[in-house]
Design a protein around this ligand. Structure first.
Ligand code: SAH
Ligand code: SF4
Length: 367
């Protein structure tokens, strides 16, 4: 398809695109509103733009989202989309509902540049960065699924965004930042930075920019309290060790006010779940406004770890509480559709794994 996709253009780029059609800037504002507030995809229906402009737009531009290869709905209300990009790559987005709202978990890359040993996405071979259009497109697909157009101000299901899907967002910073600016724009999708959290495995040099340029909430995938172990679990630690990572957290702008930094900690049986680990974790975080998210390990076929036992996780959480830290245990959601944290991986990659272990299964829509 040769028409320029308008999704993923910044407001300035959209204004430029219209000015090259001989149109004034206010037209860009109107068009933005149609696309991102109203959710309209058909130029002909954008009545306020005037007939001649609608025709010019239709001739050279289009509004395209990633194609939905599979939409799955879990028994617990979780929804997962396997999306196909125009170059036939696959990425996943997951929506995790709560009572009257919910968080949409977005992917930033096809696969992941890194290879944390407990993470299913990290085993995917094919990797490329997603474009801003492909990141924004995930939000629009989810909003379509809930029929939440025009973008509601209150009472929306799709209320929060977490950059916690496939990929390391800070290895694709430019596209992620561009997409988040579009998502946060108050005239459009309008999801406030206070409702957005970006999770990183610890790309230290980029953390300052996230704070200064985006101002979203920060989550750090910590998972270990000693460099020796973190080097193994989260290999980027060899480049940016724990002390440097925590120093960047201390400087993070939201750290000084009410919004705390989330530290994610996956519970791996006999690996990082001892009483001593809990105490050391509390010591490391003592001067950072932190909350800890204890994530029961989601096992995937071929994973070399087991999840800590329930009493052990409870004990770990209690120890942290006694030392003054909030450490809720995250309830696993969407397990029946492999939608839980760290299980995201494209269907075609999963099929390839199965072939590797001699357990071939035919999957529709795979490569
Ligand atoms: N790359 C980013 C964001 C995506 S991973 C990051 O690493 O932070 C989102 C979260 O899921 C991370 O905290 C990650 O460590 C965690 N995770 C990965 N695999 C998991 C698994 N199998 N079980 C539980 N959590 C997992
Ligand atoms: Fe990549 Fe995050 Fe998985 Fe590590 S945990 S491999 S950084 S997606």
């Amino acid at each position: 398809m040769s028409a320029t996709n308008l999704i993923g253009l910044s407001r300035d780029e959209l204004t430029d695109a219209l000015s090259s059609l001989g149109e004034k800037p206010f037209r860009a504002k109107q068009l933005w509103h149609w696309i991102y507030h109203r959710g309209e995809r058909d130029f002909a229906a954008m009545t306020s733009l005037g007939g001649p402009l609608r025709e010019k737009l239709a001739a050279a531009h289009s509004i395209r989202l990633p194609e939905i290869a599979v939409e799955q709905k879990s028994k617990d209300g979780t929804r997962k989309w396997l999306l196909r990009t125009e170059d036939k790559n696959e990425v996943e987005a997951v929506f995790i509902p709560e009572e009257d709202r919910g968080a949409l978990c977005l992917s930033s890359q096809v696969g992941c540049t890194l290879a944390c040993t407990f993470c299913h996405t990290g085993t995917q071979k094919l990797v490329r960065n997603l474009s801003a259009a492909e990141i924004v497109g995930q939000v629009m697909v989810a909003r379509d699924s809930y029929g939440e157009w025009p973008s509601p101000n209150d009472g929306r299901m799709l209320s929060n965004i977490v950059m916690m899907g496939m990929g390391e967002p800070l290895f694709n910073y430019d596209n992620v930042a561009k997409a988040l600016h579009i998502i946060m724009d108050g005239d459009g999708l309008s999801i406030s930075k206070r409702r957005i959290t970006l999770s990183t495995s610890g790309v230290v040099p980029m953390i300052e920019r996230v704070g200064a340029e985006l101002g979203v909430g920060l989550a750090i995938s910590l998972h270990a309290v000693r460099d020796e172990l973190r080097d193994e679990l989260v290999p980027i630690n060899r480049k940016y060790p724990i002390a440097e990572l925590l120093a960047a957290c201390r400087n993070y702008p939201t750290a000084s006010n009410a919004r705390r930094i989330t530290f994610e900690y996956v519970m791996l049986k006999g690996v990082n779940d001892s009483e001593a680990d809990a105490r050391e974790l509390a010591r490391l975080l003592k001067d950072i406004p932190a909350k800890i998210n204890l994530i029961p390990f989601n096992k995937w076929p071929g994973a070399g770890y087991d999840c800590s036992t329930a009493p052990k996780i409870k004990r770990f959480s209690q120890t942290l509480n006694e030392l003054g830290l909030t450490a809720p245990i995250r309830v696993p959601r969407g397990r029946d559709i492999m939608a839980a944290c760290g299980q995201l991986k494209s269907a075609s990659e999963r099929a390839r794994d199965k072939k590797d272990i001699g357990e071939f299964e035919t999957l529709t829509g795979g490569r």
